[in-house]
Design a protein around this ligand. Sequence first.
Ligand SMILES: *Cc1c(COP(=O)(O)O)cnc(C)c1O
Length: 337
Amino acid sequence: MTPIDLRSDTVTLPTEAMKQAMIEAPLGDDVYGEDPTVNALEEKCASLLNKESAVFAPTGTQSNLIALMAHCERGDEYIVGQQAHTYKYEGGGAAILGSIQPQPLEFSTAGVIPLEKISAAIKPADSHFANTKLICLENTHHGQCLPLNYPGQVKALCYEQGLSLHLDGARLFNAVVKQQKSLAELTQSFDSVSLCLSKGLGAPAGSVLVGSKEIITRARRWRKVLGGGMRQSGMLAAAGIYALDNNVERLETDHQHALQLKQALLDLPKLEVAEYSAETNMVFVTVPESSIEQLNSEAKKRNIILPEGHQLRLVMHLNITQNDLTKVIDLFTKLYG
Ligand SMILES: *Cc1c(COP(=O)(O)O)cnc(C)c1O
């Protein structure tokens, strides 16, 4: 039996229909630009974001890295959130592999670095300093959407200072559904955008970087250099196309599930539920440290997999049904009610 796995929305398994689409996909060698399914996915994403071009990458980490390397040269700098994925959770790839210096800054609220802090961090042209080149934002961040007017404000600053703007949109589709805006509307201020197909959308692998022809041509070169030229990757791209056609609107169900879970947990006084929970598909709850062992053993009996520790991020996704959710709520109610 498939476990009820709440650790991440990356754990989803492809459905039979998605697998069928993968089997039927016309294929070719993508390094020669000859995989029709990869080309179709790239064109579809470029068109959805109203941008010129796109490139399919194996992971979101690589998609972000090739974007950073396309925007920046050795010795350049990018401004990024202290808790942002591209800074904190990508192994330092920008610095290690791109020779790009990160300038991390604290978020004030989810995903938002105050404009004055960004301005103050931009280095003047002076050989003492790295050359500030790029700002990188993230949407959603910890399950929260960027405020709608914020990217435009950052873009204005970029314009004034001659900087570029990249979006790590690993979970951008959750914001699309939550804020009822199109992908194009949410990304118009950005020069490049990385989208993940393997999070809430449920594809087994794959990310797409979208942007101008010039940026994507450079990124495509870095993808090859980093070992991301995948040949008959149309099989994976087919899963991505299927996910875009079938699994975006249903993210609303994940958001509803998160809200149900949040409300149930709020009734349990022994738990601390973060107020910002369930804006999209994540609930953040702190359980008493002394209860972790019992929680995990009770969870195991019910075939539920939780993240480690006592500060839990519980993530809803397409393999969590209403029935599963009831079991999860029962578990917490039994232990903390
Ligand atoms: C998952 C994720 C990525 C990319 O991760 P991969 O596992 O490399 O696909 C990038 N940014 C954010 C915010 C993510 O959650």
